[in-house]
Every structure is written in structure tokens, then in C-alpha cells.
Design a protein around this ligand. Structure first.
Ligand code: ZN
Length: 445
């Protein structure tokens, strides 16, 4: 049995009582947490590798509820372009090959892991390439295929012509993903169905996804009410709001991870709350776009809100701060939009939403050892008074993360990636990004 003992660390458990031990220990046996507590570990030390965590905070790995890891490709291309999503990003995605997605996903997976993310809820194109990359980098992941029955490149012209054969092919890709990856490596990788968004799948295709999810015993991941044109399209086609559309298809419920939900009505908010659907709130990305769901109403109605980073910048720490700032700006009370609240919505709450609450999201004996260490000796985290969670959430930077462990194995040690050759990840990621950009720009001229 492999045993690792972290001692002398500031242990932030994110358990139900939010227990924090100013000087404590965490014992890992194989892939699991065997013990966690205050003070010194007094058990037998035979055969234990000891890590002195003095000057470090020890936390559960972050669970990022909504990612497209290959989407780090678009960094610096979309942030200041009001029509960037439909006008630039989706057509540029049309240039991607499976090989491109593989290299870009390795780059994005490393970005996530470097920031202390250990679990991602991921949905993208060429998902077998994504799964391979994410698996190699060593993240825990829940993965879905982007299923659409439109030509995403044509969406810039507001052309929503349906191509049923295209939808079928993506469904087949999602089934292949489930067959190859669901439950892989003792459940480190699991899968869902990914009807992409309420405007990019037809009612028939969305219903088919719902049926297949039931058949395969897996949940769903989608985008909801991202734009006003999406709302207008569904109103015209079906006389429904995006959330009502999801109810009609059978997708709404606690098996659904629903990103964004920006343009929602009071009735939609009620439906989301009553159905137990999980709202994936991507605060930094939405903040940049100037978009914001009716969060005061969402929280008041009891919608289960968890945080995701989406793409471009996959930094859970800045995302938590956007979560506090934007929610308070929109009238959400201080306690709900607090450091503690945002940390919980970035760890244990998304873990529960994904059905992984008994496995990850907090440091408790019996759970999987998904653990991060953060250097707390820098000036940004000094001084640290009686509530380290507040100091940490308002001031931590992703480069403060020094070590990452997933299922009891170090994937990052002293800031160095242990799983794959990081130079190769960076070189290929950069090269592929420039190539894809060049091919896309050539289509515009
Ligand atoms: Zn997204």
C-alpha cells in the first residue's frame, strides 16, 4: 500500500462544518484519504512518505463545473469582440481537426490542473481526442460530446438549417465515448450526453439524447439561454422558452448540468429550482460579456448554483472573486455571495451536482485523494488572520498552487507536471493554435 502523510499544513476541509485546522495532517492510502485531523498524526509511520506542508494550505481539488479545455485556443481573440462567439469562435471551431483538439485539450487540461482543478465537467467537439488528452494529463473528468444538428459555421448568418444525419453522427460519437471511457481508471473518467445548446439541437434530437441518457444510466450537460437570438428562435419554432424546451424534451432535472441560463423568465427560474437542475454559473466569462442571469431570483428560488470557468481563462480563483463581486452587484446577499460560499460552489457543490459528492469535493476520510497544496507564504496571502478561507479566496493566485494529487497520485509536484512532457504540451499547443487561427482567417478573405 502507498501511504503519503501531509503534516503541519493549514487544512481546509470544505466538509459539512467547513472544518479548518490551522496545523493539521492528512493521510493518503493508495487512492483514498485515510485520515484528516488537527495537530500531529499519532498513528504508525512505518512505510509512510511524509510531506512537510508547513507554509502550505491543503484543500480539496477544485471541481470545475463547466469547461471546454481546448477552448483556451480563443484566449485574446474573443474578449473584446461583442459578436465573438457566433461570429468568430463557432466558425473557427469548424476548422478544428481531431488532432488539433487533442493538442489544445492537453494545453487546456494543464492550465486547469496548474490552477488546482482536479475535476472538470467537459463538453466539446471530437471528444475522443479530448478524453485521451485529459486522461493523459491526469485530471478526473466527466466528459460529453457536443451534439448538434446545425452547421455551427453557418450560425454567424443566423442559419439554423437542421441536418439530422449530422446529429445522428454526433450521437454515435457520444455513445462511442461512453463505451470507451465511462468508468475508466476506477471511475476517474465518466461520461454524459451533451446536447450542445437549446438552439443547436432540434426537439427530436434533444428527446433522443434524453432517452439515451436513461438507457445508458448517465446524465446530461448543455448550454441554456446563452443569447437573445436563441430565446427568439425557440419562441418562434416551439412557443417555448429554452428552459421550457428542456422540460418538454425530458432533459430537465437533477441529472442535467445547465450552463449559463442568462435570458430566463421568473417561470424558468421556478422550473430550474423545482426540477433540481444544476445551474453552471461561469462568472468570469459572463462578467466579461456583460451578461448576467437573474441570480438574485435564482438563489432566492433555491436553484442549485455551482461555478464553472467555461473557456478562455480557466482560473477558478478569479472565477470565485467574480462570483462574489457580480452577485453582490446584482443584489445577492453577502452571505450567499461570500468567499466560503464560492469555495463550496467550486468544490463540494459541483461534486454533488455531478453525482460525485461521496467521492470528491472535500477532504474527508474515505473519499478519493484529490488534494491540492497552495503556498501561503507569499505577500498576497500575508497576513492570514482567523478565517483563512476569506484571505485565500480574495487573494489566491493560481500560481500559488504548488502540488496536485488526483486519486492519490501526484500529478503536479513542486509546480512541475508529472504526467506528460510539459514542453511538448506547450510547443504543440502553441503551434496548433496558430495553425487553426491561420486557416480560419484564410476563409474570411
Ligand atoms: Zn460553454
Amino acid at each position: 500500500m502507498n501511504k503519503t502523510l501531509f503534516e503541519n499544513g493549514l487544512i481546509i476541509t470544505v466538509d459539512d462544518r467547513d472544518s479548518v485546522y490551522r496545523r493539521g495532517y492528512l493521510l493518503v492510502e493508495d487512492d483514498r484519504i485515510a485520515a484528516v485531523g488537527e495537530g500531529d498524526y499519532t498513528g504508525d509511520r512505518t512505510g509512510i512518505a511524509v510531506v512537510d506542508a508547513d507554509g502550505k494550505a491543503v484543500l480539496p481539488g477544485i471541481v470545475d463545473a463547466h469547461t471546454h479545455v481546448a477552448g483556451s485556443l480563443f484566449k485574446g481573440l474573443l474578449e473584446d469582440d461583442p459578436n465573438g462567439f457566433y461570429g468568430f469562435a463557432l466558425p473557427m471551431e469548424g476548422q478544428l481537426t481531431p488532432e488539433d483538439v487533442y493538442h489544445l485539450s492537453r494545453l487546456g487540461a494543464w492550465e486547469c490542473m496548474q490552477a488546482g482543478v482536479t475535476t472538470i465537467n467537459e463538453i466539446y467537439h471530437y471528444v475522443l481526442s479530448v478524453a485521451k488528452a485529459v486522461d493523459e494529463v491526469g485530471l478526473r473528468a466527466v466528459i460529453s460530446q457536443n451534439i448538434v444538428d446545425v452547421d455551427i459555421g453557418a450560425l454567424r448568418y443566423n442559419d439554423y438549417t437542421r441536418y439530422p444525419a449530422k446529429g445522428e453522427a454526433f450521437v454515435e460519437d457520444n455513445i462511442r465515448l461512453i463505451e470507451e471511457y465511462h468508468g475508466k481508471d476506477n471511475g476517474r473518467i465518466t461520461c454524459r450526453f451533451g446536447p450542445h445548446a437549446t438552439d443547436t439541437v432540434s426537439m427530436e434530437l434533444a428527446k433522443k439524447c434524453a432517452e439515451l441518457g436513461k438507457k445508458h444510466g448517465v446524465g446530461f450537460h448543455t448550454h441554456v439561454a446563452q443569447s437573445q437570438r436563441e430565446v427568439a428562435l425557440l419562441k418562434e419554432a416551439y412557443g417555448l422558452t429554452p428552459v421550457e424546451f428542456l422540460r418538454e424534451t425530458g432533459l430537465l432535472g437533477d441529472h442535467l448540468m445547465a450552463a449559463h441560463c442568462i435570458y430566463t423568465t421568473p417561470g424558468d427560474v421556478e422550473l430550474l429550482a423545482k426540477s433540481g437542475t444544476h445551474l453552471l454559473h461561469c462568472t468570469e466569462g459572463l462578467g466579461r460579456n456583460g451578461d448576467f442571469p437573474p441570480m438574485k431570483e435564482m438563489f432566492a428560488a433555491g436553484v442549485h448554483v455551482v461555478l464553472g470557468t467555461d473557456w478562455l481563462t480557466m482560473d477558478p480563483w478569479t472565477n470565485m472573486r467574480f462570483g462574489v463581486a457580480l452577485n453582490r452587484h446584482h443584489g445577492v446577499d453577502y452571505e450567499t455571495a461570500s468567499a466560503r460560499g464560492m469555495l463550496r460552489r467550486s468544490t463540494i457543490e459541483p461534486a454533488r451536482a455531478l453525482g460525485l459528492g461521496d467521492k470528491v469535493g472535500s477532504l474527508e476520510a474515505g473519499k478519493q485523494a484529490d488534494v491540492i497544496l497552495m503556498d501561503i507564504t507569499g505577500p498576497n496571502l500575508t497576513p492570514m488572520f482567523h478565517d483563512p478561507v476569506v484571505t485565500l479566496v480574495y487573494n489566491a493566485c493560481r500560481r500559488d498552487v504548488s502540488d496536485v494529487m488526483v486519486a492519490g497520485k501526484f500529478t503536479v509536484r513542486d509546480r512541475a507536471l508529472q504526467t506528460v512532457d510539459v514542453k511538448e504540451v506547450m510547443k504543440n499547443g502553441q503551434k496548433v493554435a496558430y495553425d487553426v487561427y491561420g486557416r480560419h482567417v484564410a476563409t474570411l478573405s
